[in-house]
Design a protein around this ligand. Structure first.
Ligand SMILES: Cc1cc2nc3c(=O)[nH]c(=O)nc-3n(C[C@H](O)[C@H](O)[C@H](O)COP(=O)(O)O)c2cc1C
Length: 220
């Protein structure tokens, strides 16, 4: 299916989550993240780029662990500090992970993934076809209930800024770890919110696909 076919199906209201495939548990306990090593930050900045072609190969748990911790994990436990900033430290963004076996929410305190729905919602995380088969689509969701310290009119702007900071962390980790990633706004947010069973106060801000790069076939 092309992206245009997908947009047409979406407009007709025919895009649906798929049944989750593979083994599934209510909690995916992640190994401790690697808090040192990796590429020097200036080299990661030099390598940072959007890549839209992904191998189907799953990300192993240690990579998932490092990725989620880099994205918005706890780096200063004494003050509950996170790897990305947020306005007034409201920490309003939740990261959902759409995996082939289900939809999960990242719990930074337990450093684990909690099952939200046993469906494969990857195809609903964006209208581009590339999201369907990549091994991981992250969805950044702002919980406006955690934004009571700012005026209502400013909440979407601040949540977008917070999600952007998280997304850049993912870009830099991807550059360091040799992964491909693309940040995405081309999303049918109403359809995705329904599939994720979000509350009205929870808003899909952006999504980001991550996986191993699809390497060009070498000529025989
Ligand atoms: C807020 C935001 C939304 C984006 N949305 C999309 C998107 O929906 N689909 C897509 O393929 N790329 C998307 N991109 C990626 C941009 O197209 C990409 O960053 C730009 O072309 C520059 O390329 P670079 O990231 O390699 O520097 C988005 C980037 C940002 C910052």
């Amino acid at each position: 299916m092309t992206s245009s076919d997908k947009v047409a199906l979406d407009l007709m209201g025919l895009l649906r989550p798929k049944a989750g495939s593979g083994a599934r548990s209510d909690v995916i306990t992640l190994p401790a993240p690697q808090r040192e090593g990796g590429m020097p930050v200036m080299e990661a900045l030099a390598a940072r780029a959007t890549r839209r072609e992904f191998a189907r190969r799953a990300l192993p748990d240690d990579v998932l662990s490092n990725l989620l911790w880099a994205a918005f994990g706890i780096n200063r436990p004494a003050s509950d500090g996170r790897t990305a900033p947020s306005a007034l430290n409201q920490q309003e963004i939740d990261i959902y992970a759409a995996l082939p076996n289900g939809l999960y929410r990242y719990d930074p305190h337990g450093h684990c993934l909690l099952l939200v729905a046993p469906h494969d919602v990857r195809c609903l995380t964006g209208v581009q076809q590339l999201v369907d088969d990549a091994p991981l689509d992250l969805v950044y969701v702002a919980d406006h209930n955690r934004m009571m310290l700012v005026p209502t009119a400013e909440r979407d702007t601040l949540a977008a800024a917070s999600a952007g900071a998280i997304a850049e962390n993912v870009y830099l980790y991807a550059a360091s770890a040799g992964l491909a990633t693309v940040l995405r706004t081309l999303i049918d947010r109403d359809t995705l919110s329904r599939a994720m069973n979000l509350e009205p106060t929870q808003r899909v801000v952006l999504a980001q696909t991550v996986g191993y790069p699809l390497l060009a076939q070498t000529a025989p």
